[in-house]
Design a protein around this ligand. Sequence first.
Ligand SMILES: [Fe+2]
Ligand SMILES: [Fe+2]
Length: 325
Amino acid sequence: MNDKRHYRFALISDIHIDRENGGKNIYFIYAERNLRRALRVIKSRGCDFIVSAGDQVTNASGADEEWRLYRSIIDSSGYTGRIYEALGNHETRSAEYGINTLGECISDFISCTRLDDKAVIRKADKPYYIMTEPVFGDVFIFMALENGVSTNSIDNFSDEQTDDTEAAVERYTAQNRRIFIIQHANIYAYGAGDDASSPAYEGALRIADKDGRVFKNNLRFKNLIEKYREIIWLSGHTHVDLADNLNYSDNGSRSCHMLHIPALCGATRVISDGSGGHKLDRGFYDSSSQGYIVDVYSDRTVFTGIDFISDTLLSEYTYIINKKK
Ligand SMILES: [Fe+2]
Ligand SMILES: [Fe+2]
């Protein structure tokens, strides 16, 4: 075991800044407070950067005010490192209601996340991009749910994004680089973030529609993570609490490593639906705000759960992923 840490980052998801109707209908009531607290904790714990796995904003009635608030919380936090965000389903939600177009939502995401060409490799106007850790060369592929908010009933990725992702994974695997994929939505009845044998969450990405018609690029994504099992795929979306013990899976070594990140705005719990299945308890609790502190070494990546409210590492939720030599 080599014990000199290469770098440390904070891993969060589902911040959900919420200013619906100018703040009259706030659903994610702790979002703003929890982001402020998390940034304080992340700064004090010496993280080199932050990865945020999507749903930074809620966007039920347009996201302008939410993006402004998001930026102002970060800018006034004292945290000066970079934040790399993935595009989740909520970033494009107002397009579903005809308030904005999909293109407007995507361009807001690109401008408000402020990642310029020096920080990432991105094609013009695309919400997906690649970041390379500058010292050790680990690769972070940020995918985007670019086709809209209805995650469970569409093909979520363009041909171009899927082609680019496959090519990048092939190229960096050949170079024996460590690869993280940040892709917001879990796959229904599969992997981390929910009970795969009895899912509680209907909003997950599907491989086929109700009539069995395959969503081609969703399937290509699933095939990719089954072919390249050294990938570490980081998702959010179900918001599930670390205490539910559903946040890591590799499908019994039949897929890549899949790690789910609980919602920073307050985690959900998987509970019984009273008829043999599961549902999500979406109640908000003052003390719930979780993520991970991630320590990267030459031979392993260590994800340690963290409670941002009490600033406590949750060592019982530690996931160690060894790197193949
Ligand atoms: Fe979310
Ligand atoms: Fe989501």
